[in-house]
Design a binder for this molecule. Structure first.
Ligand SMILES: [Fe+2]
Length: 556
C-alpha cells in the first residue's frame, strides 16, 4: 500500500509536472506557429504598415550601364519571320473582363519611301480558331483589319504605310482557363502556328492573377532584351506597359537614329519617326505577348506627329483596347478587371482637366467600382506625379492638380508610372503630404531604352530646375508652384531626398505585382544586373479599408 501510495503520489506529481510541461510546449508551439506564419506571410519583408520609411537613395553602381544600343535592322529577332500572307507580330490583350480577349497580328509588307501604296485591309480575312487547351479548335471569331500611314508632307522625308493590322475579339471565355488558338486567313490558307493564352480569373476578393509584370519606357535595346529575359523568367500572367514603347521617334525616316532627337536632328521640319521600329518591336515581343496578355498606355514617345496634325496613330492602330467595354470613347484611357483588381489606364497626353471627357469618364468609372468584387484599385499613366529625379521633375503637375483628389477619395491603392528612366517607390502620399490613406506611387521607367538611365536628383545641389521650364511642352499648362507646407515650404525643390520618396535607384529592371488576398500585395522590383530571382526592392502593400474607407459616392 505504502509503495502503491508513493507510486500514486509520484504519478500525480508526474501528471502535474507533465501538465505544466504540456502548457509550456503548447505555448512554445503557438509562439513558433505565430513566428512561422509571420515569416510565411511576410518573410521578413517590410510592409507599408511599417512606413512611412526614411528616404533611401541606393548608391549608383558606376560599373554598370548596360547596353543602351538599339537592336539593328539585321538582328534576326526583328526580321519578318513568315511569308506575307502569314500572321506575324501576334499578341494577346485583355478586354474589360475575363470573358474576352483580343488577338492581334499583322500580315503583308509595310512600305516606306516616296511612293507608297497602302494595302487593302479587305484583301485578307481576320479569323481566329480557338478552344480550351487539349480540345479541338471548334470556336471561331472574326474581327476587323486596318492599315495606317505615317505621312510627312515635306521634301525628302519618306512616308510609311503599315502591313494589315488585324484585331479579333474572342468572347465567351471561361475564367482562369488555358486556351489554344490559331489566327490568320483560313481561305488562303494562311493560319498561324498554335499559340496558347490563359484567361484572367473571375473577379472576386480571393481571386487574382499570380504575377503581373510592370514595365515602362521599354524601347528595343540590348538592355530591353535583358529586361524581357528577366521578365519571362518570372513567368508573368499579364504585362502592364506604362508608356514609351519602341522609340521609333528617335529616328529620321531614312533610318538614322540618335539617343537624343532634338540634340542631333534639331533642324527637321517635323519630328520624324522610323516606323519599321514598331514592326521590329512587334516581332521581338511576339514570343512573350503571343502567350501573355499585354496592356499598354500611351507615353510621349507615341505622340509621333504627322500630316494633318494626326498623333498617336501607330499606338492607336497597333494595339487593341477595351475602350468601348469600359465606356471610354478613346484609346488614350480605359479600364479593365484582372481578377480582384480594377486597373485604370489614364491618358496624360489628352485633356484631363475637371471639365474634360477623360475626367468625367474617370469619375464614372471610379463610382462604378465595387470593392467587394475588385478590392484592389490600381491606376497607371505615363509621367509620374511623385518622382524626385531631375529629369521631368514636376512635369505633370497640372494633371496631378486635376485628378489627385479623385484618386484619393476613391482610395486608389497603387499608382504605376514610367517616363523617368529609373526606379522609385514612394511612401503613401497625397498632395505632397505623407498620408496613410494615400496611394503608393511606383515609377518603373527603367525598361532599358536607348535614352539611357536617369541619375540626377532634383534635390542634389544645383539641380533644382527653373519652375517655368518644368511643364511638358505637349501637355502645356503651368501648375508647379512652390510647396505651401511641409519641410520644403516656400521652395520648388527639397534640399534632401523628400520624405515622400521611400527608395530610389538608377538601374534598369521591371517589377512583379502579386496580390495575395484582398489586403496584401507583394511588390518586387528586379534589376537586370542581378540574377533573375533576386529582389532589388520588395514590400508588402497593405490595404486598410476600415481605416481608409472610400470617401466618395459609389453608384454601382
Ligand atoms: Fe516618356
Amino acid at each position: 500500500m505504502w509503495c502503491a501510495g508513493v507510486v500514486l503520489m509520484h504519478e500525480r506529481k508526474s501528471f502535474f509536472e507533465m501538465g505544466l510541461v504540456s502548457i509550456y510546449i503548447i505555448e512554445l508551439v503557438l509562439l513558433l506557429i505565430t513566428l512561422i506564419s509571420f515569416k510565411l506571410v511576410h518573410g521578413g519583408i517590410p510592409t507599408t504598415l511599417d512606413g512611412p520609411f526614411k528616404p533611401v537613395t541606393v548608391p549608383l553602381d558606376e560599373s554598370f550601364r548596360g547596353n543602351a544600343t538599339d537592336l539593328p535592322d539585321a538582328d534576326p529577332r526583328v526580321q519578318k519571320p513568315v511569308d506575307d500572307s502569314q500572321p506575324e507580330q501576334i499578341s494577346v490583350s485583355l478586354s474589360a473582363t475575363y470573358g474576352s480577349v483580343w488577338i492581334s497580328w499583322i500580315t503583308g509588307q509595310f512600305q516606306i519611301g516616296d511612293n507608297i501604296n497602302p494595302l487593302d485591309p479587305s484583301s485578307i480575312q481576320s479569323v481566329v480558331f480557338y478552344g480550351v487547351y487539349g480540345n479541338p479548335l471548334t470556336l471561331q471569331a472574326t474581327g476587323h483589319s486596318l492599315v495606317y500611314n505615317q505621312l510627312y508632307p515635306f521634301e525628302g522625308l519618306q512616308n510609311y504605310t503599315s502591313g494589315i493590322i488585324h484585331h479579333v475579339r474572342l468572347t465567351g471565355l471561361k475564367p482562369n482557363t488555358l486556351y489554344q488558338y490559331q489566327c490568320g486567313d483560313p481561305s488562303i490558307p494562311a493560319m498561324s502556328k498554335l499559340y496558347y493564352f490563359k484567361t484572367m480569373p473571375v473577379s472576386g476578393p480571393k481571386s487574382y492573377p499570380s504575377r503581373i509584370a510592370v514595365v515602362g519606357d521599354l524601347g528595343l535595346t540590348y538592355n530591353t532584351t535583358s529586361t524581357i529575359d528577366h521578365m519571362i523568367s518570372n513567368h508573368p500572367d499579364l504585362v502592364l506597359l506604362v508608356g514609351d514603347i519602341c522609340y521609333a521617334d528617335l529616328y529620321l525616316t531614312n533610318g538614322t537614329g540618335s539617343n537624343c532627337y532634338s540634340c542631333t536632328f534639331s533642324q527637321t521640319p517635323i519630328h520624324e519617326t522610323y516606323q519599321p521600329r514598331w514592326d521590329y518591336w512587334g516581332r521581338y515581343m511576339q514570343p512573350l505577348v503571343s502567350k501573355v496578355p499585354i496592356m499598354a498606355i500611351e507615353g510621349n514617345h507615341e505622340i509621333e506627329p504627322q500630316a494633318e496634325n494626326q498623333t498617336f496613330v501607330a499606338y492607336s492602330s497597333r494595339f487593341a483596347f477595351p475602350s468601348k467595354k469600359s465606356r471610354s470613347s478613346s484609346t488614350f484611357y480605359y479600364s479593365f478587371n484582372a481578377g480582384g483588381i480594377h486597373f485604370i489606364m489614364l491618358g496624360a497626353y489628352i485633356a484631363y482637366s475637371k471639365t474634360s471627357d477623360q475626367h468625367k469618364w474617370l469619375e464614372r468609372d471610379l463610382a462604378n467600382v465595387n470593392r467587394e468584387v475588385t478590392p484592389w484599385l490600381v491606376a497607371t499613366w505615363h509621367p509620374p506625379w511623385y518622382s524626385t529625379y531631375k529629369a521631368h521633375y514636376r512635369e505633370a503637375e497640372c494633371m496631378r492638380v486635376a485628378m489627385e483628389d479623385l484618386l484619393y477619395k476613391y482610395r486608389v491603392d497603387i499608382v504605376f508610372n514610367g517616363h523617368v528612366h529609373a526606379y522609385e517607390r514612394s511612401n503613401r502620399v497625397f498632395n505632397y503630404t505623407l498620408d496613410p490613406c494615400g496611394p503608393l506611387h511606383i515609377v518603373v521607367g527603367d525598361g532599358g531604352n536607348r535614352e539611357e538611365i536617369a541619375i540626377e536628383h532634383a534635390d542634389d545641389p544645383g539641380n533644382c530646375p527653373e519652375p517655368s521650364s518644368t511643364p511638358d511642352s505637349y501637355m502645356g499648362g503651368f501648375c508647379a508652384f512652390n510647396f505651401t507646407s511641409g519641410p520644403a515650404v516656400g521652395k520648388f525643390c527639397w534640399d534632401q531626398q523628400p520624405e515622400y520618396s521611400a527608395l530610389r535607384e538608377s538601374s534598369f529592371g521591371h517589377g512583379i505585382l502579386e496580390m495575395k488576398n484582398e489586403t496584401h500585395a507583394l511588390w518586387t522590383w528586379h534589376r537586370n544586373k542581378d540574377l533573375y530571382k533576386v529582389a532589388g526592392d520588395q514590400i508588402y502593400i497593405v490595404r486598410q479599408p476600415e481605416k481608409c474607407p472610400v470617401e466618395a459616392e459609389v453608384t454601382f
